[in-house]
Design a protein around this ligand. Structure first.
Ligand code: FES
Length: 64
């Protein structure tokens, strides 16, 4: 699914970039070599970035 239609940024790409690049949505887009255009995706993209970073800090449960 595309989060940003203007830049053809998929949710999985955004999540991966959120884990490896600090900063706000503009910084994460820049890490992908993109610049926001219409801006209609920025609220959703910000929520995805926050969610992904929060999930990355969850402990890994190893069955044992
Ligand atoms: S949909 Fe992302 S800048 Fe337009």
């Amino acid at each position: 699914m595309f989060v940003c239609v203007c830049n053809a940024i998929r949710e999985c790409e955004l999540r991966a970039a959120a884990r490896t690049h600090p900063g706000d949505v503009d910084a994460v887009y820049a890490a992908l070599g993109k610049v926001p255009q219409c801006g209609s995706c920025l609220d959703e993209a910000t929520e995805i970035i926050i969610d992904e970073r929060a999930c990355a800090q969850l402990p890994v449960v190893v069955p044992g």
